[in-house]
Design a protein around this ligand. Structure first.
Ligand code: IPE
Ligand code: IPE
Ligand code: MG
Length: 238
């Protein structure tokens, strides 16, 4: 991986846990459990490569449509992740941030408290910033951002003409972060499923048929290598 351009921000749609479980005659939640292990490896790898932001889609606003047993399993895995990282936060250099509506009534209080605690414990960490998108939906994020912006506009008497892209971005869950350079989706689905519609506008997309529980640092490197041969123009001519 010499002379390679490392993207500043990588976003991942971790998809295919259910199909992986099915292929191995296991319950869906076993696929999610294996997926969490893979995630841990990818976070470490991304941090080692010097990537600044890693954003993963862990649970969408639409995923509440799944059976209660599966949702409970996913909430439990998230809680376990938080517990483990709260315990070792002092010896890690990774910053944790949650994207999505963590204030929703559907998020158990205990989980919200752990999210806020880990965010706070890691807020000054200088390594990778790891964004976990949980109860995240891009449309929901934009509506929540609009509400916060309108509230500020009224309270602070901000002139209507001051509304522009820069101002709006301050109200998104990713405020202060650069947009993803590369977006990876596993499992062969070629869609974004309500993931970061504002921020992915100019990202490079990489789709692989690899199922998330089988994703490896080597697969991640393949995506980075592919990113390196892309020509980004941002609307300009050569
Ligand atoms: C991704 O895997 C994890 C979540 C959406 C929580 P899926 O559970 O969507 O797996 P498939 O797509 O059914 O294989
Ligand atoms: C997107 O995957 C959400 C996450 C990976 C958390 P889904 O499996 O929910 O997406 P669809 O339903 O196939 O579009
Ligand atoms: Mg899926």
């Amino acid at each position: 991986m010499e002379d390679i351009k490392i993207p500043v921000h990588v976003a991942i749609i971790m998809d295919g846990n259910g199909r992986w479980a099915k292929e191995h005659s296991l319950p869906r939640n076993e696929g999610h459990r294996k997926g969490t292990k893979v995630l841990e490896q990818i976070i470490k790898h991304a941090n080692g490569l010097g990537i600044k932001y890693l954003t993963v889609y862990a649970f969408s606003t639409e995923n509440w449509r799944r059976p209660k047993s599966e949702i409970d399993g996913l909430l439990k895995l998230f809680k376990r992740y938080l517990d483990e990282h709260i315990k070792k936060a002092h010896k890690e250099n990774i910053r944790f941030r949650a994207l999505g509506d963590i204030w929703s009534d559907r998020i158990p209080d205990e989980l919200r408290e752990k999210i806020l605690l880990l965010e706070n414990m890691t807020k000054d960490k200088k390594g990778l910033c790891f964004n976990m998108a949980f109860n995240y939906g891009g449309r929901d994020e934009m509506i929540r951002a609009c509400k916060k912006m309108i509230n500020d506009i009224m309270l602070k008497n901000i002139p209507y003409d001051n509304i522009n892209e820069e101002l709006f971005e301050n109200y998104l869950d990713t405020a202060g972060q650069s947009d993803p350079d590369l977006m990876i989706r596993t499992s062969g689905e070629i869609r974004t499923s309500n993931f970061l519609p504002w921020q992915l506008t100019y990202s490079e997309f990489y789709f692989t048929t690899c199922l998330w529980p089988e994703f490896t640092p080597q697969e991640f490197d393949k995506a980075i290598a592919d990113y390196n041969i892309r020509k980004r123009r941002f609307g300009k001519s050569e």
